[in-house]
Write a protein that binds this ligand. Structure first.
Ligand code: NIG
Ligand code: FE
Length: 424
């Protein structure tokens, strides 16, 4: 059969098989579907076959070939939790934190998220697009081919909608696929400090319907996710429930920021509402870990956040897996707690602080991450039928992911069957 592309002679090809069409859960996590001297066949933007190089050569002839000898080939990374659309930076706050101020103290004194909200409101949409594009370029260069992107630095209808427009524009213009999330419930904006309930009402009665209208106007295939920062100083459990239930009634799929600092019950709420994912999960109590482990909701761990804050507590990943859970990894890329565009760095952190093996971390950064954004049947695996989103890593063995850190192992990135990074 004649096909568009064959990648052959990979020292290790990691196909990362889905389990029952979904994530690798519990002790199944870490099945790389490894093929030595592997080859991969791409036709019309999709994977059509995998096997050893001799097997593939016996059946296919390609217009173009890539020799991956001495290299690892795996699916493109999926980054399922980022706050990528913002203006400016918070380097001055970082300096204060290093000198001893806490993230919550800075937030309570009007800095933190509100400081980025002020900069984002003041920026034009084209500035937002330009600043976000630079971050997306770095993500793609580090191997991320699909990325979830949240709003949440507008906290007023017009700016939240401009953030959504920026996400949609970049999805069209950039090689990476962007998955939008509405996070109008990221903080109580300063002008509602005295009447937080009025902001919750605004979210429900004005902002969510406006987001649904905007999604239709932008021609999005489906509604964005709706996310809430359930946290002391942000939205309490009752407010989080009210917002997420209203969103669910309007047809939004759900996500939640739960247990980043204080355990408010957000993880159980995510399970109750069948949220697609529950994210952060640092201070989650054991009974809620057990409930999450038994649920379909994917647990998204963001180890760059405690690392970025200089904290010592991380997601209890092994307990979550022991409870039967599906674990994914993300950067949380944002200007306050975790400015990194690199999934390889997240894998290195996860091996050390979540005690994942490199194989477990790689699956959590690909297939399981895709499941955390509802795309587990389309990306994150090199099974026939999946998108031809492929990395060629300049590593002799997949375990060098995690083992080595601080550099960029990506030699080439293929998106929908086309080379978008590297010469290969
Ligand atoms: O995931 N938790 C809330 N949001 C971000 C921080 C955002 C910011 O500080 O700007 C987080 O850590
Ligand atoms: Fe976040």
């Amino acid at each position: 059969m004649d096909v568009d592309l064959i990648i052959h002679s990979a020292t290790q090809l990691c196909t990362i098989p889905p389990y029952a069409g979904g994530p690798q859960r519990s002790d199944h996590l870490g099945d790389l579907g490894l093929i030595l001297d592997g080859a991969l066949v791409v036709n019309k933007r999709r994977v059509v076959a995998t096997g050893t190089t001799p097997e593939v050569r016996a059946h296919f002839r390609a217009a173009r070939e890539i020799n991956a000898r001495g290299r690892v080939v795996c699916p493109g990374f999926v980054d399922p939790h980022t706050h990528l659309v913002w203006a400016g930076d918070r380097a001055a706050e970082f300096e204060q934190r290093v000198a001893g101020a806490t993230y919550m103290e800075i937030m309570a004194s009007g800095g933190g998220i509100m400081s980025t909200v002020r900069a984002t409101r003041a920026a034009s949409t084209s500035t937002l697009i330009a600043e976000t594009r630079a971050r997306l370029d770095r993500m793609l260069a580090h191997g991320t081919t699909t990325v979830e992107v949240k709003t949440g630095y507008g906290l007023e209808t017009a700016t939240e909608l401009r953030q959504l427009e920026a996400i949609a524009a970049l999805d069209r213009a950039h090689p990476a696929t962007l998955v939008p999330t509405f996070l109008g419930a990221h903080a109580i904006p300063a002008e509602y400090r005295q009447s937080p309930q009025a902001y919750v009402d605004l979210l429900i009665t004005e902002m969510l319907p406006a987001v649904a209208d905007k999604a239709r106007e932008l021609g999005l295939a489906q509604l964005p996710f709706c996310d809430v920062f359930c946290e002391t100083g942000a939205f309490d459990l009752a407010q989080s429930r009210a917002i997420l239930e209203a969103a669910q009634r309007m047809g939004f799929p759900l996500k939640i920021h739960a247990d980043e600092f204080a355990p408010l019950g957000g993880t159980r709420l995510a399970v109750d509402l069948h949220a697609t994912s529950a994210d952060h999960l640092v201070t989650t109590p054991p009974d809620e870990i057990a409930a999450l482990g038994a649920a379909q909701t994917v647990a998204v761990s963001l180890p760059a956040t405690p690392f970025g804050l200089g904290h010592h507590d991380y997601t209890p990943a092994r307990a979550l897996l022991a409870a039967g859970g599906a674990l994914a990894l993300a950067t949380d890329c944002n200007p306050g707690t975790a400015w990194t565009e690199s999934m390889p760095f997240i894998i290195a952190l996860a091996c050390r602080y979540l005690h994942l093996t490199p194989a477990q971390a790689l699956v959590a950064a690909t297939l399981n991450a895709a499941c955390a954004v509802g795309l587990g049947d389309k990306v994150g695996s090199l099974t026939p039928g999946y998108a031809a989103d492929i990395l060629v890593l300049d590593l002799p063995d997949y375990r060098h992911l995690g083992y080595r850190f601080g550099g960029n192992p990506v030699a080439g990135v293929i998106k929908h069957g086309e080379i978008v990074i590297g010469t290969l």
